[in-house]
Design a protein around this ligand. Structure first.
Ligand code: NAD
Ligand code: SIB
Length: 417
């Protein structure tokens, strides 16, 4: 199998990590076992652009068990775990990527996956889908469709579809209940702090944590910050979400005011320039900033660099920016999503990615079976419910079923007081 990884000799260590996560991904393991009988992807090449770490390698192995030829690259220059990619390559996956790629290498690796002429793409952030449209249009005819993992990727794809630029169907995996309600909320909530604490060795209790954006990720981050003993301030642009944050018990204010109190500031908006010049000018001395949203534009690093009189790498994944007035502002993982891009970041827990990746592989099979027209589609509820049932089953949880009388009552509009 062709591969381009950092160090293939790291494979034994990576295999151990993969075996560990497999024990905590019961739904994906069950699907893998079904796929190895059914072979739904026999003769199909699948290319993915996802965070390359042990759980994602397990996704690749599930597709491989289903008969697919799999080529994988990373969706972030910093999130790859080099032992996991070495193990993936040894296990027969075409693997391209390493931690610390330059921007150029990042796109070269996406091209290497596209060189396999995949019929199905699995993307996280839509960089591969975008690249194939812009730079490899000769491949478009052979592409059955794609699955997209995250909120911002889907926003980009909906914009492409609205402009008539999207040339194949895309399953919006993020929009499945078994994805965003758990991955974005509990996954991001836990893994963001896991990573911030692992990188900084700082105490959260007693700190003021500012969370920018109260979407599914922001809710999870605020909830965990509170659980760790922080006082939480939320900033929003959506009045309904701001109200929700207030009634969930958090203080809500403008970001320009919140930064004056922030010991730790975390962005999760999917937007650009959320924290920029005027915020840096007013930010509390010693504030530690991290991004858990998309790409590296939520915290304007360029502006921070321009404003500062001195910058220094304090230690792995921590940079200090010294302002002209002497205040020190810290940025983690270059402002890229901290839960994956920092060296200590392991991403979401395996039990969470179990559901997200179950939705990915079942959505890919759905694409193959249905071959819909170009557009962005939510996965059918039956698939979502199936994943939820398998998860409950794996957790040993039984729930009630509607009786016939209850079902008829719920469907009836004539019965009143
Ligand atoms: N780190 C991870 O592992 C992880 C996991 C899932 C999603 N994500 C990414 O995180 C981002 C957020 O995802 P989500 O599912 O929570 O999205 P969402 O749409 O549910 O929430 C985003 C929120 O940010 C708010 N917002 C937008 N601009 C803002 C601004 N300037 N200031 C304050 N608030 C602002 C919006 O009103 C919205 O409520 C996306 O980019 C998504 O791709 C990251
Ligand atoms: N290319 C973008 C991608 C955003 S990542 C956000 C997505 O990462 C996914 N994710 C979070 N943790 C993990 C993990 O451990 N492995 C693989 N994917 C993960 C999660 O499902 C979420 O939707 C960027 O680098 O900024």
């Amino acid at each position: 199998m062709p591969y381009k990884v950092k160090d293939i000799s790291l494979a034994p260590q990576g295999e151990k990590k993969i075996r560990w996560v497999q024990e905590h991904m019961p739904v994906l393991e069950r699907i893998k076992s079904d796929f190895s009988e059914e072979k739904p992807f026999k003769g199909v090449t699948i290319g993915s652009c996802l965070h390359l770490e042990p759980k994602t390698i397990n996704l690749g192995l599930t597709l491989q068990a289903g008969g697919a030829e799999v080529a994988m690259t990373g969706c972030n220059p910093l999130s790859t775990q080099d032992d996991a990619t070495a193990a993936g390559a040894k296990m027969g996956l075409n693997m391209y990527g390493w931690r610390g790629e330059t921007n150029e290498e990042y796109y070269e690796n996406i091209h290497r996956v596209l060189d396999h002429e995949p019929e199905i793409l699995i993307d996280d952030g839509a960089d591969m889908i975008f690249l194939v449209h812009r730079e490899r249009p000769e491949l478009l005819d052979g592409i059955i469709g794609a699955c997209e993992e995250t909120t911002t990727g889907i926003n980009r794809l909906r914009a492409m579809a609205a402009d008539g630029a999207l040339k194949f169907p895309v399953m919006a995996v993020n929009d499945a209940y078994t994805k965003y309600l758990f991955d974005n909320r509990y996954g991001t909530g836990q893994s963001t702090f896991d990573s911030i604490m692992g990188t900084t060795n700082m105490l959260i209790a007693g700190k003021t944590v500012v969370v920018c954006g109260y979407g599914w990720c922001g809710r999870g981050i605020a909830m965990r910050a509170e659980g760790l003993g922080a006082s939480v301030i939320v900033t929003e642009v959506d009045p309904i979400r701001a109200l929700e944050a207030r009634m969930d018990g958090f203080r809500v204010m403008k970001v320009s005011d919140a930064v004056k109190e922030a010991d730790i500031l975390i962005t999760a908006t999917g937007n650009t320039d959320v924290v920029s010049e005027s915020e840096f000018m007013n930010m509390k001395d010693g504030c530690v900033m991290a991004n858990s949203g998309h790409f590296n534009v939520e915290i304007n690093r360029e502006a921070l660099e321009e404003l500062s009189r001195e910058t220094e790498k304090v230690k792995e994944d921590i940079e200090v920016f010294i302002m002209p007035d002497g205040r020190k502002l810290y940025l983690l993982a270059e402002g890229r999503l901290v839960n994956l891009a920092s060296e200590r970041g392991q991403g979401h827990p395996a039990e969470i990615m179990d559901m997200s990746f179950a939705m990915q592989v079942l959505s890919a099979r759905h694409l193959l079976q249905e071959k819909p027209d170009p557009g962005v589609y939510r996965a059918p509820d039956e698939i979502d419910l199936m994943v939820a049932r398998m998860k409950l089953d794996a957790m040993g949880i039984d729930i009630d079923e509607l009786t016939e009388k209850q079902r008829l009552y719920l469907e009836n509009w004539e019965e009143g007081t």
